[in-house]
Design a protein around this ligand. Sequence first.
Ligand code: SF4
Length: 71
Amino acid sequence: MEIDDEITEEMFSGFCKTFNETRTVICEFEKTDGGLRLSHADCAYERCSHRETCLVMQPVRDMERASEGKT
Ligand code: SF4
């Protein structure tokens, strides 16, 4: 199915400050012209108060910055 080619799934593990436990977050990325864009995260990333400092999601922030040309 074509949509499978447009969505990439990745898992990131580490300590979640919000839930105070080690966890694995499953993330889905959509392919864009500039790279990859997060379409779904299996945690509270979008509204999380630790969003900018969370080490679990550091690779996601790196991907977003790379897609925006901010590396
Ligand atoms: S972004 Fe927030 S909810 Fe998601 S893993 Fe990091 S600390 Fe936990």
